[in-house]
Write a protein that binds this ligand. Structure first.
Ligand code: 1GP
Length: 254
């Protein structure tokens, strides 16, 4: 038996996380096709983002995904990571894929069954897999609906901590707390604090992060990685996005 060594992307994340929290820019290739995706990615990385996630709330056609990947990889050096919404998001040409279980879905397909169907193909393709527990917190937005999720109520902090720790104990190397893309407010700070204290693996937080204040609060609560998508889809690389990146930069240099 050979235990695979940590992949290149995870080794990079491990290294950069030692110096402080990170920011990932989420790009939906359906909303921002190739050249626009490349432009956003280039600007985001210039402002300090540490990786580009590619995904959306609905299944993305592999061709659209592959074209966006080619365009983005031409202009940035940070890892491009698929954030899959289903097996159809698996496209060649990414540096890695979040191999994630939607922990609180009622649909077993999204917990483990789809994974079982694609596992052999993914391993053969050589695409790096990053094992991650994905937990949707209310309101959950579209991913909460399509994912048939029993969203963790915002006051049920121990429930979130229980799911997150179970994911770690099952061997997942990242946990992602998701309020849902476009959520009116991010995941509650008390929940981030409690989950962070319960885990030893990095905690990713996303959904509804629109301003420097949101970012600062979540970072002080212990988020290791912030993910933003809507802010750049709607406002480009404007003030909200810059302020978020500035807060991440500050936290890394403090
Ligand atoms: C969605 O958490 C991400 O999966 C990003 O959310 O679009 O609200 O930034 P936003």
């Amino acid at each position: 038996m050979t235990r695979p060594a940590l992949g290149r992307v995870e080794a990079y994340l491990d290294r950069v996380l030692r110096r402080g929290p990170l920011h990932f820019t989420l790009i939906d290739p359906d909303k921002s096709p190739d050249e626009k995706a490349a432009e956003l990615a280039r600007g985001a990385v210039e402002l300090g983002s540490h990786a580009i996630l590619l995904g959306g709330s609905t299944g993305i056609n592999p061709r659209v995904m592959a074209e966006a990947l080619v365009a983005i990889r031409r202009v940035v050096r940070v890892p491009t990571i698929i954030f899959p919404q289903g097996t159809e998001s698996i496209a060649p040409g990414a540096d890695a894929i979040l191999f994630m279980s939607l922990l609180n879905s009622r649909n077993l397909e999204l917990v483990i069954r789809a994974h079982a169907r694609v596992a052999l193909r993914v391993r053969q393709s050589g695409l790096e897999t990053i094992p991650m527990g994905y937990l949707v917190v209310a309101p959950g937005m579209r991913v909460g609906q399509v994912g048939k999720v029993d969203a963790v109520p915002r006051t049920e902090i121990d429930t979130a901590a229980g799911y997150a720790l179970a994911a770690e104990l099952l061997g997942m190397r990242f946990v992602y707390l998701e309020a849902g893309s476009g959520a009116p407010r991010p995941v509650p700070l008390a929940m981030v604090r409690r989950v962070r204290r319960s885990l030893t693996v990095p905690l990713i937080v996303g959904g509804g992060i629109r301003s420097g204040t949101d970012a600062r609060n979540l970072l002080s609560a212990g988020a290791d990685v912030l993910v933003t998508g809507t802010v750049t889809e709607e406002e480009g690389l404007g003030r909200g996005f810059r302020d978020i990146l500035r807060e991440v930069g500050r936290a890394r240099s403090s």
